[in-house]
Write a protein that binds this ligand. Structure first.
Ligand SMILES: C[S@@+](CC[C@H](N)C(=O)[O-])C[C@H]1O[C@@H](n2cnc3c(N)ncnc32)[C@H](O)[C@@H]1O
Length: 305
């Protein structure tokens, strides 16, 4: 069994992930990526798409207008095949890389986390979590392609790298009457480890980009239940200048960084940010996500350092 892979295949297959439902989001996001590249006056030789899945969120036809070749990467090969079919992509314009960005995909410690938790004390499980993260400390993906890409596009992924799968295990433990205090303990232990994992992931992305590359990162920062007061409030704030930026900063000051926020902030700390923009993503009938996109350059930063 490979939990990371299976989990993402299920999510990618879920009926709610509709190509049709995301059409406005896809249009707006793709236009933004294209318009930024036009502004920078660049045509890219090779683009790497991270977390491509079925590419319901980015129109690959349009990306091919600014990029000679796109490398589609994801852990879910069937979703990539779906993308190739949807956009009728020709072999000579794409490469496919089926890859795990975390290195945990084949770890039995992670795959058997629930059964291990039932056999061991929470303190022992805490050590197992240490051990688990130790095994991926030096993990790198797509090493053969380092420095190759002049456009790297990251589709929302920080909130999906491991933690959501781990939370599902905690849900199973909770159903099995595992003590809630122990669940909280394991969750905070796991969360403690996430920043290092995200930093390593980001460093890997930066190394895949060539020295003059443009990096476009898209990250989900907030989720709203459709129809709630918070949902109505955020829609209203979007009509006010800096409304969403202020909401974001206030939230951070009060509660700190979520994983999506941390991931994109960390990545942008190594790069020069040229532009950023918020997007609403009608994820499904019940959920609206607020997503931040940042356009960044590697070159200028290197020149300054
Ligand atoms: C939220 S989706 C992004 C949206 C996606 N571009 C689409 O249009 O459906 C995140 C993607 O990251 C992939 N993913 C999650 N964890 C991964 C991992 N550890 N390694 C590689 N890909 C992963 C998932 O399979 C999924 O396709």
């Amino acid at each position: 069994m490979s939990k990371v892979k299976d989990f993402n295949i299920i999510l990618n297959n879920s009926a709610s992930r509709s190509f049709g439902l995301w059409s406005d989001y896809r249009f707006n996001l793709t236009e933004y990526i294209i318009s930024q590249s036009t502004k920078i006056k660049e045509k890219y030789d090779s683009c790497l798409l991270i977390g491509c899945g079925s590419s319901n969120d980015i129109d690959l036809h349009k990306i091919l207008k600014v990029a000679g070749k796109i490398t589609l990467s994801d852990i879910d090969e069937s979703a990539i095949k779906e993308a190739i079919k949807t956009y009728n992509l020709q072999k000579n314009s794409i490469d496919v890389e089926v890859v795990d960005y975390t290195g945990i995909n084949s770890s039995n410690l992670f795959n058997d986390f629930v059964s291990l938790s039932l056999k061991n004390t929470p303190e022992m499980m805490s050590k197992i979590i240490d051990q688990l993260f130790k095994t991926i400390e030096n993990y790198r993906f797509l090493e053969k392609n380092m420095g190759k890409y002049d456009l790297v596009v990251i589709s929302p992924i920080y909130t999906q790298l491991l933690y959501s799968q781990f939370r599902m295990d905690l849900g199973v433990l909770s159903d099995l009457n595992y003590p809630s205090k122990s669940i909280e303990y394991l969750e905070s232990k796991f969360l403690e480890k996430m920043p290092d994992l995200l930093k390593r992931f980001n460093q890997n992305l930066i190394d895949l980009a060539n020295v003059k590359a443009t990096v476009v990162c898209v990250s989900d920062i907030f989720e709203f239940a459709v129809g709630t007061d918070e949902h109505k409030k955020i829609i209203e704030l979007a009509t006010i200048e800096n409304g969403i930026n202020d909401y974001h900063l206030n939230y951070r000051n009060q509660y700190g960084y979520g994983l999506g926020d941390y991931g994109i902030a960390d990545l942008s700390s190594y790069l020069d940010v040229l532009d950023s923009k918020w997007f609403f993503w009608n994820f499904d009938e019940k959920r609206l996500l607020l997503v931040m996109a940042k356009v960044m350059k590697k070159y200028d930063k290197i020149r300054k350092d």
